[in-house]
Design a protein. Structure first.
Length: 196
């Protein structure tokens, strides 16, 4: 969002109105979950562990503030979290010895689409799967999606969604984002859905 606001303001109307996963979970925890658990939201300190340093700036956006505080209080990168664990004596051996357990389930259910959010290209895949099922009443089976998963550069694919071919792209990293957006604006590339 910051890159679009600073470098491509003409594209702001094309941005999704959805918040990022951390931007969604913070207010859910500080409103719904706090109410269900009987906890004053002022006593909740919400920490996100994220792979991207841009999430640090995101959590301090004024739009993500409520009742004088932020929905997400602090963001640690995965590397910072790893260093924190190491400083507390949590080595690989200690980690490997932890018993398997279920994830915390504050909303009483989880979906496969929700699990996709954490991987590059996952938000797009979750959106495509959900939109297809809403439109057709059937789950999207056999989606050929591997070309846009992972972190390398710019990835493109065409996905058949109920007979409608959708051109999609995923870009990872500032250099690749700029290249992709510049190519789109120059008419060199065209997509129905882009995830950055």
């Amino acid at each position: 969002v910051n890159t679009v606001e600073k470098l491509y303001p003409q594209l702001i109307p094309n941005l999704s109105t959805c918040r990022s996963p951390q931007g969604m979970m913070g207010p859910v925890v500080k409103t719904y979950w706090a109410r269900v658990m009987g906890i004053d939201p002022k006593n909740i300190f919400f920490v996100s562990v994220m792979p991207c340093t841009a999430k640090k700036a995101e959590c301090k956006r004024e739009q993500l503030k409520r009742d004088g505080g932020y929905d997400v209080d602090v963001v640690l990168t995965a590397r910072e979290y790893g260093r924190f664990l190491h400083s507390r004596g949590v080595t690989q051996d200690v980690w490997d010895a932890l018993p398997d357990m279920n994830f915390d389930d504050p909303l009483a259910s989880g979906t496969g689409a929700a699990q996709l959010f954490g991987a590059t290209g996952g938000v797009m895949e979750a959106a495509l799967r959900t939109a297809y099922e809403i439109a057709t009443g059937k789950p999207l089976a056999g989606i050929v999606y591997a070309p846009v998963r992972g972190l390398a550069g710019i990835k493109e694919a065409t996905v058949d969604v109920g007979g409608l071919p959708l051109r999609i792209a995923v870009a990872s990293g500032t250099k690749n984002v700029r290249q992709l957006v510049d190519d789109i604006l120059a008419g060199k590339r065209m997509y129905e859905f882009v995830e950055i």
